[in-house]
Design a protein around this ligand. Structure first.
Ligand code: ADP
Ligand code: PLP
Ligand code: MG
Length: 298
């Protein structure tokens, strides 16, 4: 079984998650979108930042450094020197900045897995989206496709990313399932496709598809219209899915949780016309989603 820790053994210490992502000071993307939901779900997070930007790139301009891969490796080495990697249950990665950063992250995954063979690597292959196309540096998309994906246990591409990683057009449910299974054949145990848009799907709904070797579940929630695309949603989605999966070890439970939590977050953000996700105002919704969405087997 894909399992970081058996929660039925009476051990109620929080999960430790090493989260290596971008960080923004204002608003929510990367670690600034993932850390709070993980903490609110009761996880202990060790955030390592790959960049420190003033704000997410969706605003059109931003300032701040992209950290050198060696800088990030040094921070991870310092964590290793605390002797705590055996208690790390998962590594989570997102926006990488440059292909060399991916190698630092893969080396962190190897260290964590050698200290704790049950630890999971959850990779959000941040490459781009349907509205903007590719928004990462040259070389990063190919590096995800050719190398990083094979090392992930859980992979959470959006619609655009699943098409890039597989080289397949995803237009309907059969092509979405085939694309997820193509990725699973490379190594990941679970593929979560976020924001699936398909011709044979319901209008005005946004879907997520969660696939493992044994199971496939589809869930739909209302699609809300925003004047500009929202950023940071994938980072919160992956964080919430990982936390719930680690806690429940159940694909359907994790999928239904993330669908309800993300709808709760988007609904509040939409009702207040906010350009940034209202994560703090939605904190209770992230843990106990007010609306439930039932996943269907496919
Ligand atoms: N316009 C929207 N209306 C409602 N929910 C949305 C909307 N956009 C994103 N979401 C929620 O956020 C999740 C992740 O969005 P997605 O666009 O796939 O992330 P990414 O930022 O990685 O592109 C979706 O699966 C959905 O739950
Ligand atoms: C700094 C930064 N990190 C991460 C992301 C990824 O965000 P999303 O969750 O929308 O894929 C973005 C997207 O704009 C970003 O600007
Ligand atoms: Mg994303």
């Amino acid at each position: 079984m894909l399992c970081a820790r058996n929660l039925n053994d009476g051990d109620d210490n929080p999960m430790n998650i090493l989260s290596i992502q971008s960080h923004v000071a204002y608003g929510h993307a990367g670690n600034a979108s993932a850390v709070f939901p993980l903490q609110r779900m009761g996880c202990n997070v060790w955030p390592v930042h790959t960049v420190m930007f003033s704000n997410h790139t969706g605003h059109g301009s931003w300032r701040g450094p992209v950290f050198a891969p060696d800088t990030v490796a040094e921070v991870i080495q310092g964590i290793e020197e605390r002797g705590v990697l055996p208690s790390c249950e998962a590594v989570l990665s997102g926006y990488m900045g440059a292909p060399e950063m991916a190698n630092v992250i893969l080396s962190a995954v190897a260290k964590v897995k050698s200290a704790n063979p049950d630890a999971l690597y959850c990779c959000d292959p941040v490459i781009g989206d349907i509205d903007r196309g590719i928004f990462v540096r040259p070389g990063v998309p190919e590096h995800f496709r050719d190398t990083v994906v094979r090392h992930a246990d859980i992979l959470t591409p959006n619609h655009f990313e699943v098409e890039f990683l597989t080289g397949r057009k995803v237009t309907d449910l059969p092509s979405a399932l085939a694309a997820a299974r193509q990725l699973i054949a490379l190594g990941p145990k679970i593929v979560l496709i976020t924001s699936l848009l398909r011709s044979d799907g319901p209008a005005d709904q946004i879907e997520m598809l969660a696939v493992s070797e044994q199971e496939a579940w589809l869930v739909a929630a209302p699609l809300l219209r925003f004047p500009t695309p929202m950023n940071g949603s994938g980072d919160a989605t992956t964080a919430l899915f990982l936390a719930k999966f680690l806690q429940s070890q159940d694909l359907k439970v994790a999928l239904e949780h993330v669908a309800g939590a993300m709808y709760g977050l988007f609904e509040l953000t939409h009702s207040r016309n906010s350009r940034e996700l209202l994560l703090i105002d939605s904190q209770d919704r992230l843990v106990s989603p007010p609306q439930q969405f039932t996943a269907q087997p496919v």
